[in-house]
Design a protein around this ligand. Structure first.
Ligand code: SF4
Length: 219
């Protein structure tokens, strides 16, 4: 039986552009030196990828990237991740998954995810009324519309690419996953898209004064 395991990496640490009321992870920045940069440095990134590949004997390797908000790192950073995976995987198949709050996605991100077959998880708390209660930005503004814009991006790119054959469609790598959407017709888009939308937060337990409770995931 080949050795295989799965690690969830957070190459941007607790840095995030949102300030969800239930997030227990943002406060972890106090564990780092003041004014520090949470970005995983290139030598550390390569060391992680090299050791992760070397420790597994399975024919396929799965990387998962989370945050904070991993898209804060920029597309070029993720290109370097893919290059390092190729360098150290020894010809084995590499899969990548990323979890994002969706607010910073743009066409470049969508094309990158498509090109490298990333599985993209989009964090959303359900209908607007629920989502906008807890998932706020740093200015305490709601984020539902920004997330939905990010969700719709791959579809708009696909329609454009139908008109322009040279454009790469940006949807086919993004897996659809079950989402309870009957409460809000807007969420039916999840069922027709190929994104993996995640409703992982226990929204009914969340409240602004519960940040330190254990057992909740910051996505
Ligand atoms: S739950 Fe996720 S998106 Fe929200 S503040 Fe925490 S890390 Fe950012």
């Amino acid at each position: 039986m080949p050795d295989s395991f799965h690690v969830m990496a957070k190459p941007v640490g607790p840095a995030c552009n949102l300030d969800c009321t239930y997030c227990y992870y943002l406060e972890k920045e106090h564990l780092f030196p003041k004014g520090g940069n949470f970005r995983m440095k290139p030598d550390m990134l390569e060391s992680y990828i090299r050791q992760y590949c070397a420790s597994q004997s399975s024919p396929e390797i799965v990387f998962t990237w989370q945050g904070g908000e991993p898209t804060l790192l920029g597309v070029e950073y993720f290109r370097s991740i893919v290059d390092l995976e190729k360098k150290h995987a020894g010809g084995r198949v590499v899969h990548n998954a990323v979890q994002t709050n969706g607010t910073l996605l743009d066409n470049e991100w969508c094309r990158f995810f498509r090109e490298h077959n990333f599985l993209v998880g989009l964090s959303i708390d359900g209908p607007r009324t629920l989502h906008d209660t807890y998932r706020l930005d740093k200015g305490h503004k709601p984020t539902f519309d920004r997330v939905m814009r990010g969700l719709d991006l791959p579809k708009s790119i696909r329609s454009n690419s139908t008109r322009s054959p040279s454009s790469a469609p940006a949807t086919s790598n993004i897996r659809s996953k079950s989402m309870t959407s009957s409460a809000n017709p807007a969420l039916d888009t999840f069922n027709s898209s190929r994104w993996s939308s995640a409703c992982r937060r226990p929204v009914f337990r969340a409240s602004p004064n519960r940040r330190n409770q254990a057992g909740r995931h910051p996505r």
